[in-house]
Ligand binder design. Sequence first.
Ligand SMILES: Nc1ncnc2c1ncn2[C@@H]1O[C@H](COP(=O)(O)OP(=O)(O)OP(=O)(O)O)[C@@H](O)[C@H]1O
Length: 810
Amino acid sequence: DDAPTSKVQYNYQVRVSLVNLNCELNIPKSDVSRLRKIVINSLYSHKEIFLRELISNANDALEKLRLTSLTDRSIWDGSDHLNITIQAFKDEAGNGGRLVIADTGIGMSPEELTTNLGTLAKSGTSDFLSQAEGGDQTSTGNLIGAFGLGFYSSFLVADRVEVASVPPKTARNPNPIQHVFSSSADDSTFEVYPDPRGNTLGRGTEITLFLKPDAQEYLDETTLSALVHKHSAFSSAFPIYLFERWTEEVPDESQIVSEHGVEKEIEPTSPPASESDDDEVIVEEVPKVAENIPEPPPPNMVNVTKEQWSRLNSQPSLWARDPKAITTEEYNLFYTSFFKDFSKPLAWHHFAGDAGSGVAFKALLFFPTKLGEDYWQKPLEYASKDVKLMVKRVFITSDLGENALPKWASWVKVVIDAEDLPLNVSRETLQSNKFMKQLKSIIVKRMIQLFSKISEGDDKETFDQMQETFGSVLKLGAVEDTKNRVKLASLARFTTNQRNNTSFDQYLENRKKGQNQIFYLAEMGKEVKELAQSVFIEKLHARGYEVLLLTEPLDEILIGNLREWKGVSFQDVAKAGLKFGDEGNEIEQQKELEEKFKPLIEWLKNESNDAVRDVILSNRLVRSPCAIVADQYGYTANVQKMMSASNAKGNRGVLHDYAMKAKILEINPHSPLIAGLLRRVQGLPIGEEKDLDAEEELKEVTSILIDGALVRSGFGVPDNNKFFSRVDRVLRRSLGVSESATIEETVKPAPPPEKDFTVEPPALHFNGESENGKPEVILPDSMKDKVGFFWFLFYSCSNEATGFNRDGRG
Ligand SMILES: Nc1ncnc2c1ncn2[C@@H]1O[C@H](COP(=O)(O)OP(=O)(O)OP(=O)(O)O)[C@@H](O)[C@H]1O
């Protein structure tokens, strides 16, 4: 819109301070200098990345031009060529030189030069800075690409950078003016001015790097060619040309000219004129020799400098090649340069198909070794960035729109090249294309195949890494993706009281005779070894039953969604309903015990007040005297913890209150403590002989026992103060200290407030917040991000883990 109309109007020099600009943009002043410091110092050992970054920008500019031209042919009608060129110029004297990287892409207007290259108005800048400063140096090379600071890497090798650029001619702007952006590494200013050379580019961008003395190696064509092959050969489908110069021994032409009058060789100076697929575009002309001349004597030989543009990325795309002929190294290199992830991929799947819709395609799918931090921070907002849809090697889109991958799969990196899709379809038409609709299930199917292959293979290292990176992802998938639930759940692995990495199928193979339940114990944030000591699995463990020990928030949600595996139901061992499956013979014995403990059970029912709903004899305890289990529709301690950690208000109605209180006190009839309590209850004088003190004492012991059971079972005591006062009184009695003895208080009052002193509120370290604003649950860092999200799934998708529906009905 702001196309220049006259030269006079734009004949200005803008000198803007980066510092000032960024103040206006609310980016802290210090960021600019921090950024330069990082780019120039911290990344010094990675300085070769500059070329990769500039080629990547050039590729993006070409892609943008091509995509824009699909809807506006006036921008590019296909008649001239889209390419990237690299040319080194050594100074005459041999000190220093320039490296020029040019493209025929979308170019930049002077305003774009200013905003795109002159400011750091990228939201990620501050994040980048803190990560780059805090993180290890090896990851910084990766960060610089990820945070869009690519152009800044030029200053790793250049004292000064000049960017000449001109946007394409359009109906609105028929005579765009080429401008130059110029900036030096050692100050924070830049200039944008009309290029005194005029419009030399026609369209596109030319970046001239005035190389630093210690970066002269980048004038060497062999080094440049090797660098492009290493980092960028796969990153652009557009031809990348390098201008090469070399010396060759040839016949002395001056001799030929004088004898036969042959034309002189033309020195090539411009980039290749054609985008042919030929490996090399030779500009040099072969001398024409006149006809009917007698054989001349062998000419004198002289050294001449020859020049040509060589195409560096002429090999076919990796995905189009035969997988058998591709090395691991090639897959790794492709992955790092194409997806800009500088750690190697964990695994890949190279496949072809015809999608059943008649569209033939070839595809390469990669699993990264690690997931980006943002994946777990905001999984619900995470959108796939790395499904690259190509049509005949030409990039079309990464935006699958309504056909986007499910959240659990959105991190996968895929390039999929379709043969028969129309190239010039609009985005909307593309979205409704049948192939696009099938893409999601094609990718998800192949992902599951790759996970299965790793799980069934012998490569333990890859399997372990897969479980570490994707263990939770598989569980999330099994919750989110109902269609693939069973397949994904069968890939999930769990630790049990007997072994690690156990699948549900393996668990069932280890089932004992008569066992008709899959036993599990879930407590979010606990160590597995702590869970293995839990009161709830005492007997199961002692008897040799296997119990899944679940420490991730997602585990319980998954199990709540599955409800059963191959017809065998899951049983939370912290809940009522546990059955070993071989109880038959003990019914008589059980009846006798119930009769014997009846007085104690009655007493406990009376004394437990609101804390529990029922008291029963336990079949799950060995050493512990008692435990609190959740009733079938009650919340276990783990579910209560998840609710408070995510601060979920949920449905706090009558049913929620019921679920909170639906607890059962189980007592161990074989425990000496319980037997002792029974004796004391039975021995209490009644009627006229009633001993109120003895009864009060026993009530106190009983309530300590119940509170102890609550804590042992993972719940909190209902009232800390009351609990400790009771403990205090029992301790006094056992130590013979008077219950009425008071503490002598000599409290020194605090000095008066200090003037002119403000205190920053302390940073709270907690993840969950109770209603009164106090931290309730401290979780390990690794879990913080996941909890809120899992609670979302738990509560809003289905509340099956608790036995309640979304509206709280059972
Ligand atoms: N060769 C180019 N042609 C046209 N525009 C360019 C070119 N190089 C850079 N730009 C513009 O400058 C912006 C900033 O470039 P920079 O390399 O700093 O970040 P980026 O390209 O957005 O991120 P990344 O480097 O991670 O891909 C680009 O987004 C683009 O708009």
